[in-house]
Design a protein around this ligand. Structure first.
Ligand code: HEM
Length: 458
């Protein structure tokens, strides 16, 4: 039985005082980061995070002070434990702190876990504590460092970290957080911070949205080179928030279906190269992805907006389609990925070119013809989608598709494109949009002590 204060995640139990009552946590919360480790034979090495490191000395609220008991297992023993964990460590690390959140411009890693949460507390201070704890924990997970003891020294202590990623290394983990429009209602006093651009995505022709994959308050996108590392981070963040937020919907993506700078183009489950004409240059990121000084809410400068659409692919129907039609659906060839007006993948499509029969070579209702910036007033979006499967549906069909994720400086960019796609895309015969969410993704955190939503609690 867990007793109050025995939880070594440094997460105060419900009703616990605002400062850790666990002597081990208290001790560790006063040490400086990575300086004083307490070791017990046969137990995980623990590293305390200082009060100053976590909150930068700026967090005055007693409630937020409750979060300071996070106890980390030291990074130094990660590779030493790789053999125990039975996994190949991957030391590739993506910096968590910076001007922009990681996981947007970052060339897509191979795996995704997207989790959308409902905030259940009505207390602003509990929300503040959760966001502060999450932010500090996300920084540690990004370094491959557990939060809390994997193997506590005391027999009666519950492990703070669940342990399944122990010794596996950071695996290029990125954690990207966004706030849905519902966060700016009257619950927490955030209404005055709501950006004008953050409104629910309108309904489109051909939508087939289901409540179980729609809405929610906060999303976290975890991407990593290893699926277990991504899952571990999300699982532990959910666990950490258990008295404040509940999980609403989640999608696990098993293969990237988009390309970033310097990456070869992967394929989606329809067998086509996906991400050929994606945003890769800094100039396009500035123009189309990062919110700039024009923002009505200055806290969003350097941030972006995430649109998440869970899109089911009617796999069996698609697999019965003949190749010429598959080409016409996308306006590209399957193996090379060339536009139908070219021969190589990166040839520029010619949307006006006509064949001998006088018909457009790339049909006007082909997916790329409707989505291309040339035909949308110059609008571009950064696509960062993943293939997913949920196994089989209740009548035995393959249940799979594309977890479409796009980042843009204004969700209106997505809305413009999807308005056309939803109405006329040849692809609609083979897909169903079953889930949807839109999130304001704040800029990156500056350093330890900074946390998501901090400005809203001033
Ligand atoms: C299951 C759903 C979808 C599939 C399988 C899919 C697949 C593809 C493929 C194969 C391409 C061509 C290669 C490329 O340039 O990346 C493409 C291009 C594109 N898609 Fe999608 N897509 C889907 C949904 C969407 C949605 C919902 C949007 C936005 C509302 C979108 C926006 C775009 C854009 C902007 C391009 C680039 C067009 C160009 O500039 O030529 N796609 N998509």
């Amino acid at each position: 039985m867990q007793k109050r204060g025995d939880n070594e995640a440094g997460v105060p139990d419900e009703g616990a005082p605002a400062v850790p009552v666990n002597p081990e946590n208290s001790e560790n919360s006063e040490t400086s980061e990575n300086s004083e480790n307490s070791k017990s034979p046969g137990h995980a090495e623990t590293t305390g995070i200082s009060r100053r490191a976590l909150f930068g000395g700026a967090l005055a609220s007693a409630a937020a002070g409750a979060a300071i008991g996070i106890v980390a297992t030291g990074a130094s023993d990660q590779s030493a434990n790789a053999a125990t964990a039975g996994a190949t460590p991957n030391d590739s690390t993506i910096e968590f702190y910076g001007q922009h959140q990681a996981g947007i411009q970052t060339p897509p890693q191979d795996h995704l876990v997207l989790m959308v949460f409902d905030v259940t507390t009505t207390s602003a201070s509990e929300l503040q504590v959760m966001l502060a704890k999450w932010s500090a924990a996300m920084a540690q997970y990004s370094k491959g460092v557990p939060v809390g003891a994997v193997e506590p020294a005391r027999d009666q202590a519950v492990p703070g970290d669940t342990g399944e990623a122990y010794g596996m290394g950071p695996n290029a983990l990125t954690l990207t957080l966004g706030f849905a429009p519902s966060m700016f209602d009257d619950r927490f006093g955030w209404a005055k911070y709501k950006p004008a651009a953050l409104t629910d995505i309108p309904a489109f022709a051909s939508d087939a949205l289901t409540p179980e994959f729609t809405g929610g308050d906060i999303c976290i996108q975890a991407c990593a080179a290893d699926p277990q590392v991504a899952y571990h981070a999300i699982r532990n963040l959910a666990r950490m928030a258990r008295t404040t937020a509940t999980t609403r919907w989640t999608v696990q993506g098993f293969g990237r279906a988009s390309a970033g700078q310097g990456q070869t183009t992967p394929r989606n489950l329809m067998g086509f190269k996906d991400g050929t004409r994606n945003i890769t240059t800094d100039a396009d990121l500035t123009q189309f992805v990062w919110v700039g000084d024009e923002a009505d809410q200055k806290w969003m400068v350097g941030g972006s907006y995430l649109v998440a659409r869970k899109i089911h692919v009617l796999i069996e129907t698609w697999d019965a389609d003949y190749i010429a039609d598959q080409h016409a659906v996308f306006g590209r060839t399957k193996s090379v990925g060339a536009p139908l007006t070219g021969t190589a993948e990166f040839d520029t499509p010619d949307f006006a070119a006509k064949g001998a029969d006088g018909a457009l070579v790339i049909p006007a209702d082909a997916h790329v013809a409707l989505a291309a910036h040339e035909n949308n007033g110059g609008i571009k979006i950064l696509r960062r989608g993943y293939n997913f499967t949920d196994g089989i549906d209740d009548v035995g069909r393959l249940d799979a598709g594309l977890m479409f994720l796009s980042y843009q400086k204004d969700p209106a960019q997505f809305v413009t494109i999807q308005s056309r796609l939803g109405t006329s895309d040849r692809l609609n015969e083979y897909i169903r949009h079953v889930g949807s969410g839109v999130f304001a993704v704040p800029p990156g955190l500056s350093a330890a002590g900074d946390y998501y939503g901090k400005a809203f609690f001033a």
